[in-house]
Design a protein around this ligand. Structure first.
Ligand SMILES: *Cc1c(COP(=O)(O)O)cnc(C)c1O
Length: 366
């Protein structure tokens, strides 16, 4: 049978009923791509997979949460939805609200949104409000507005979002036949790490997996409140999707990290960008900067020489890592969303005259 979206695929695990209208763009069912070169960089017998969430309808995992959040908002009789966003939530909310015929208001930190994401929100007819402040300020404003007006909040503070997002863990177990040993994931507002952990636990409870993975969360060094265990007043990172100083799901993420015997660590912007380029060049997978944080984290964790203090490296030394580790990295959003990033990589096309000679010269064949 053809794919009908995550609500229909995992209906019995989701807070939906017979009467819930199904607002879907057929999100989910994203590829779990084996990464051979990355696997070899980790260990000779490691198997690393990329859960490519950029292949969702609006190009990020946010669609999994949004199909449920918008369906439930419609069921409850909402006429309008609102969210604060570092970009992808607004792109997703705008698309699903358009599909549902709901008005959509999005509050964005002015000047800190990747170009593709802004275009998506505008093109789907959302009312885009650029706030002169960061994401955390925008989310505070959203909560304040929603307290006094009948607009449904579709940020990940809305539990329906977490419910939808947990289906990515289901798909991974369905594809591998078992949960991975390690799950690496970028952490911004901390909703997704919370959702994956919930998904893995529920699937194990349902007898679909025998083990649970260790959740390995990575924040950008300049926006790492969970790692430092303190809010960051002025979060800064090239990875705008995780530029968050006071995550909404902070406590739930801490529980996921503790229960899974996982860890939270940081990666620098330099490591993020280097990994983004490495993935595109070596695995053919172009992801946005925030998404590269999970893989950058894996590379950092596996490198015993460069980071001797890293808990994972200590485990490598103590041989606590299973003989053939199965590792999944969520790559959260598509590289196309943030085309301006090429400027950071200092790459551009060579321009030549329209002659064969000039082309051959540019190819190094003249
Ligand atoms: C939203 C987002 C994140 C962060 O997820 P949280 O649930 O906020 O931790 C990471 N990467 C991308 C591309 C995102 O859109």
């Amino acid at each position: 049978m053809s794919w009908r979206g995550i609500l229909e695929a995992y209906r019995s695990f989701l807070p939906v009923g017979e009467k819930t209208p199904v607002v879907t763009l057929l999100e989910g069912n994203t590829p779990l791509v084996f990464a051979p070169r990355l696997s070899r960089r980790i260990a000779p017998d490691a198997k690393v997979y990329l859960k490519c969430e950029g292949l969702n309808p609006t190009g990020s995992f946010k669609d999994r949460g949004m199909t449920i959040a918008i369906s439930k908002a419609l069921e409850r009789g909402a006429k309008a939805v609102i969210c604060a966003s570092t970009g992808n939530t607004s792109a997703s909310a705008a698309a699903y609200a358009a599909r549902a015929g709901l008005a959509c208001f999005v509050l964005l930190p002015k000047g800190k949104i990747a170009r593709g994401k802004l275009a998506q929100a505008l093109m789907s007819g959302a009312q885009v409000i650029a706030v002169k402040g960061n994401f955390d300020a925008a989310l505070d404003l959203v909560r304040g507005v929603a307290e006094e007006h009948p607009v449904a909040v579709v940020n990940s503070v809305n539990p329906d979002r977490i419910e939808g997002q947990k289906t990515a863990a289901f798909e991974i177990v369905d594809a591998l036949g078992e949960a991975p040993h390690y799950h690496f994931i970028p952490v911004g507002n901390a909703g997704n790490i919370t959702a994956y952990w919930k998904g893995y636990r529920e699937y194990k409870q349902a007898g679909k997996a025998r083990r649970l993975p260790r959740m390995m969360g990575f924040q950008a060094a300049g926006a790492a409140p969970v790692f430092y265990d303190a809010p960051v007043k002025k979060p800064e990172t090239v990875a705008t999707a995780i530029r968050i100083g006071n995550p909404a799901s902070w406590q739930a993420a801490k529980v996921a990290l503790a229960q899974s015997n996982g860890l939270i660590d940081i990666v620098t912007d330099e490591e993020i960008l280097e990994t983004q380029l490495w993935l595109a060049v070596n695995e053919g997978v172009f992801v946005e900067p925030a998404s590269a944080a999970s893989v950058a984290g894996l590379l950092k964790s596996a490198s015993r020489h460069h980071h001797p203090d890293c808990p994972l490296a200590a485990e490598v030394r103590a041989s606590l890592i299973p003989a053939s580790p199965i590792i999944v990295c969520t790559v959260t959003g598509h590289g196309l969303k943030d085309p301006d990033i090429v400027a950071h990589h200092k790459m551009k096309a060579v321009t030549v005259r329209a002659t064969k000679g000039a082309v051959l010269e540019a190819m190094g064949l003249a």
